[in-house]
Structures are given as C-alpha cells and as structure tokens.
Design a protein around this ligand. Structure first.
Ligand SMILES: Cc1cc2nc3c(=O)[nH]c(=O)nc-3n(C[C@H](O)[C@H](O)[C@H](O)COP(=O)(O)O)c2cc1C
Ligand code: SF4
Ligand code: SF4
Length: 274
C-alpha cells in the first residue's frame, strides 16, 4: 500500500527537536502534511490515530532516556501498522537508552519502526555546549537519513535491520544510576525539585509565550512564580522567552553543568539505524 500522508509528531521544549524532525522530513515530497505538536497538555489529551497508509516522523528530546512525559506522549499515539521514523536530539553528551526506549514504546503503540536516528543539538541547559549544532554537515546528514528511511519505506520494507545502540559516555560507565536506568526503562526521567528553581525578572513583558508553551502548565505569570513540583525542568520557558527574562537560580544545576561542559566538549557525530 502506498503512503498517502506524512505526519510530523514531536515533543520539543526548546525547538531543536522540532527543527530536526522538519529537516529529516523535508526530503519527503508529494505528500500532504499534518503536524502534531505534543508540547502542550491539551495536545496530549487528544488521541492521535494513524493508519497503515500514514507515515510518522517522530522526534523527542532526551536526557539519557526519553524525556519526562514519555508515558503520556506515547499513550496519546495510536498506530495501526503505521511506518515510523524516530529521531532524538541530545546535547553532545550521550543519549543513553533513548533510542531503544523509543523503539519499544513505538512498537507497543502499533507502529512499524523503520528507522531511528540520534542527532546533536546545542544543549538546552547550557547553550555554550554544542553551540552551533546542528551545523551544515549535521543538516545534510539529517536529510540523507530522511531520504534513506523514506526510500526503504516506499520499497515496502518497514522493519529495522540494525538494532539501535545504548549510548553512555565512558566516564559514566559502571555508574549505578545507569545500570538502574537500563534495568528500568519504564521509569520517568526526573530532576530534583531544587534543580528546577527559576525566577522571572522585570524584563518580562507578559507576552504569555512561556505560559502557552509550558508542557505542564506550571507558570503563573501574574504572580511570576513556578509550580516546581509540576515543572519537569525542560528548559523550554528559559529558551523561548523573547526577553530572556527567565533564569535558572539553582546553584546545584550550575555546578552540574560546569562539570558537564568540560566533559561534553569532544564533537559527537549523528548516528542512525535502518
Ligand atoms: C533536563 C535536561 C537534561 C538533559 N540531559 C542531557 C543528557 O543527558 N545528555 C545530552 O547530551 N543532552 C542532554 N540535554 C540536552 C537536550 O537533550 C538537547 O539540548 C535537546 O536537543 C533539546 O531538545 P529541544 O530543543 O527539542 O528541547 C538535556 C536537557 C535538559 C533540559
Ligand atoms: S515569555 Fe518571557 S516575557 Fe513572555 S511572559 Fe514569559 S517571562 Fe514574560
Ligand atoms: S516551568 Fe518547567 S516545565 Fe514549564 S516550561 Fe519551564 S522548565 Fe519547562
């Protein structure tokens, strides 16, 4: 059966994953396109149902595994033997179990995973890390990946012949947290509450962007406060504020990122599995 419609589906707090999904899909021509932006809570309350003649290009940000809301995100997707191209973006550190987790979750929701890719983007928590990524070379690789994946699907081959790797950095190997993650992929990623502390400065013009784009409705812009228990620490509000009025105030987080900055320096390259 031929593919009739292309669906771009993504969870992208700071926008890099959305751009990667659009770049990968840009080489797929001649199909009508529907976008499913799963960032807002309202969008995840709907059911997104796909048929065998749809094609889904799906993207999600990572933190060594798929980001916090992956249960909720996959629960609102329903494939019916629908071909699936899955991508993650990460900040030049490591993507851990994110691709294997995506494979399992997508297959569990009725999708035929034909291709998976891991791409590097500037780190949303410290934009000096992987600054300038994706660059022109990365974008070319994304388009090559999209072309190969689509050709494969057009040829009727909907199965994944290469198993995706797990990917931890060498300095993390043997770490108990990682062993635990590998054994319990179903457990959501979570940041400690004090690592999510933020403030809104007087530069705020109450444009409402942060409120509209917060995945868990955790911002009260009138009171200029955050519900830090609800906040998932996605860094979307910090990166999307046009006035740069939101900043992290967590000293612990600043210390962690200082440590990571040095370790995330060596250039990583995109990887894909077909
Ligand atoms: C809480 C949090 C944890 C992250 N953890 C990692 C990580 O473990 N490794 C890594 O390389 N990048 C990590 N990143 C960076 C993001 O994966 C990366 O910047 C991604 O492209 C952001 O996607 P977005 O722009 O679609 O939100 C993390 C970002 C956040 C906000
Ligand atoms: S996005 Fe920035 S300027 Fe707009 S309401 Fe939020 S904090 Fe204020
Ligand atoms: S308040 Fe928390 S969950 Fe909401 S956009 Fe900001 S970092 Fe993300």
């Amino acid at each position: 059966m031929g593919i009739k419609k292309l669906h771009l589906v993504y969870f992208s707090p700071s926008g890099s994953t959305e751009r990667a999904v659009r770049t990968v899909a840009s080489v797929i021509e001649g199909l009508s396109v529907e976008v499913h932006d799963l960032l807002t809570s309202g969008s995840r309350k709907k059911k997104h149902v796909f048929s065998p003649d749809d094609l889904v290009v799906f993207g999600m940000m990572t933190a060594g595994k798929l980001f916090t809301l992956s249960d909720e995100i996959f629960a609102c997707l329903e494939g019916h033997d629908t071909p699936f191209i899955g991508i993650i973006t990460y900040g030049n550190g490591y993507y851990g179990i994110a691709l294997t987790e995506m494979l399992g979750r997508a297959e569990g929701r009725g999708f035929k995973v034909a291709a998976l890719g891991a791409f590097i983007s500037r780190h949303s928590m410290d934009t000096a890390i992987a600054h300038g990524r994706p660059d022109a070379e990365d974008m070319k690789t994304m388009r090559d990946f999209g072309r190969k994946a689509f050709m494969k699907i057009q040829g009727g081959d909907y199965s994944l012949h290469e198993r995706p790797k797990t990917n931890w950095s060498s300095w993390e190997m043997g770490n108990k947290v990682i062993a635990y993650r590998e054994e319990h992929p179903e457990e959501p990623y979570a940041l400690p509450t004090d690592c999510k502390a933020k403030e809104i400065s007087d530069d705020c013009i109450r444009c409402g962007v942060c409120v509209q784009r917060c995945p868990v409705d955790a911002i009260d812009i009138e009171a200029r406060t955050f519900d830090l228990e609800a906040c998932i620490g996605c860094w979307g509000c910090i990166n999307r504020c046009p006035r740069h009025a939101i900043t992290s105030t967590s000293q612990d987080m600043a210390d962690i990122m200082r440590k990571f900055g040095a370790r995330f320096e060596a250039r990583r390259e995109p990887e894909f599995f077909l």
